[in-house]
Design a protein around this ligand. Structure first.
Ligand SMILES: NC(=O)c1ccc[n+]([C@@H]2O[C@H](COP(=O)([O-])OP(=O)(O)OC[C@H]3O[C@@H](n4cnc5c(N)ncnc54)[C@H](O)[C@@H]3O)[C@@H](O)[C@H]2O)c1
Length: 243
């Protein structure tokens, strides 16, 4: 059977209108290239009703769901705990964590019919921590825990639930964060050197890992696939104590 894909992008502000155009262009490109077919659906993943609609539209279009990939998320600019408000933390929880829970909740009745699977995109920092990013790190750590809890719950339905924890991957988000620093080029170079491999990961490498979990990893459930180029290994300059 040929694969079909539904993917989403947010609909929240004028600033993201270009994202819609990019989504529509991506849909056209995938449909031209094949194999299978692809549908871009506008959806603000921070809104429960829109997530519900996304799942309904997908099932109306394709008749079933084999795999849900929860990926939408945001890393706010680095900020200390002292400077972070409760509202900022709650909004990030809503986007980065609750959206994954709700999309899973609405997709599960269909995934159970097909013995399908869920892939949650977490982050390496959910396990190793990160400076001035307590809310983000908390949302990503919670995704790993939720993945394990859902893997337990859904095993009786033969639905696998796994997550991927990327380290540094060059994406528009990484570029956006680097651009906020004094020297973006130097920041990117430092980001590259954080890996044993001396480079960042690519979006294509994340895609390959997701396809592996979705299609081939039939004895894996509740796992956290770390995709980090070895960033968590070896000693580094880690002390935060002022000299
Ligand atoms: N790039 C990295 O180094 C890295 C590392 C670890 C984890 N991650 C995680 O990978 C995932 C993708 O990140 P990325 O680096 O590709 O970021 P990105 O900003 O390039 O892409 C994020 C995507 O999420 C979408 N999105 C954001 N808010 C949304 C909303 N309310 N509704 C619908 N869509 C929304 C954006 O439109 C965008 O397509 C995130 O969950 C991120 O936390 C990224």
């Amino acid at each position: 059977m040929e694969p079909s894909w539904c993917f989403v992008q947010e609909e929240v502000s004028v600033a993201h209108i270009t994202s819609f155009a990019a989504g529509e262009a991506q849909e056209a490109e995938f449909n031209t290239q094949g194999p299978g077919s692809c549908k871009f659906v506008r959806c603000d993943m921070s809104k429960e009703e829109e997530i519900k609609r996304l799942i309904t539209v997908t099932v109306e279009l394709y008749g079933y769901i084999d795999c849900l990939v929860n990926n939408a998320g945001w890393h706010p600019p680095h900020k200390s705990t002292d400077e972070t408000t409760a509202e900022e933390f709650r909004n990030l929880l809503n986007l980065n964590l609750i959206s994954y829970f709700l999309a899973s909740k609405f997709a599960l009745p269909y995934l159970r019919q097909r013995q399908g699977n869920i892939i949650n995109i977490s982050s390496l920092v959910g396990t190793i921590g990160q400076k001035d990013a307590a809310p983000y790190v908390a949302t990503k750590g919670a995704i790993i825990s939720m993945t394990k809890a859902m893997a337990v719950d859904e095993s009786g339905h033969h639905v696998r639930v796994n997550c991927i924890s990327p380290g540094n991957v060059m994406t528009p988000l990484w570029e956006e964060l680097a651009a906020q620093t004094v020297n973006a080029t130097a920041t990117i170079r430092t980001g590259e050197n954080a890996q044993l491999m001396g480079r960042m990961g690519t979006e294509a490498e994340c895609g390959v890992a997701a396809v592996f979990l979705a299609a081939d990893a039939t004895f894996c459930t509740g796992i956290d696939l770390i995709l980090s180029g070895g960033a968590e290994l070896n000693y580094g300059f880690k002390s935060q104590i002022p000299s």
